[in-house]
Design a protein around this ligand. Sequence first.
Ligand code: M6R
Length: 359
Amino acid sequence: AKDGYKHFMLKEIMEQPKVLRDCLVGRLQDDRVCLPELDGLPVPGSIRIIACGTSYNAGLWSQYYLEQFAEIPVIVEIASEFRYRKPILKADELIVVISQSGETADTLGALRLCKEKGYPVVGICNVLGSSVAREASACLYTQAGPEISVASTKAMLSQMVLLLLLALYYGQRKNADCSHAKKLRAGILNELKALPEILEGALPVMRDKAKKFAYQYAYAKSFFYLGRGTAYSLALEGALKLKELSYIHAEGYATGEIKHGPIALIDPDFPTFALAFDDDNFNKVCSGILEIKSRQGNVIALLQEGTELENNDLWYIPQTKLPEFLALPAMQLFSYEMADYLGKDVDQPRNLAKSVTVE
Ligand code: M6R
């Protein structure tokens, strides 16, 4: 049931504070992360994450955190590319496959290939008893609940929580006694624990803002989504959501890449959705945005409270050290409102299926 919402997608977006809470149930003991499913596997020398679509974007996002907290090198791969190469895996590699449905043909194919080669494969899945969940050496279930809308929303958020926990978990196993590392992990855990309430408070305002910007930018035939650092993969996801739901052409780019070609596209009819988080990249991202504006490009800039940027269309989200968990729903709402305004079939976009069980 849609619980009074017009579409499943909207319901699933609005459920995300609960998803954040559910994902943490049983996973925290004081300042420690519990992933008992993985206790029997050795700490890997490197991690290879394999997935498709939105799940791939979640994997790409986690690279930053796995490298930061677990200090483990990470490669993130598109499943359909990985399985048809002749990939060279390292002896102490751990494979992590991410799939909401657990039935995506290419992801499952990649899992089987790695298992045949004798590698442990950890699955991050939402659907209980799905093929990936059954065939993986260990499965971490995301607690997102059934996702009906074709567009992945709450599933990605839940994958991000699990992946962040994974980074902290390996950090714990590797640096158990380092008090500095312990403090950093405890700090980010506190940020994570505070998120459900922050998101709950922010969602109604976000929806109004999403609606306003969607109407204002509904003229666009194309959109850029830009982000740097942890916002980069979110930019890819924002672009994916906009194209699959509203059929507006959208490209996600690393902010630092636009000057290497894409900026040639900018004119008054080619707007940009820029993510400018309050982190070490902020000033660089702002100068990227100014470059676009000086070429008459219109920009929606998503910022955190307490920061400033000269721009007409600012979208403020609350202050947190994990702004990705707020920016993601904001972009989901923007795509939702855009698609609804343009009269598209929000829950069943054309040409798409919820799980892609063919190659
Ligand atoms: O079930 P999976 O996570 O394996 O699905 C992967 C993609 O097909 C999926 O994320 C797709 O990109 C979404 N519909 C995008 O919203």
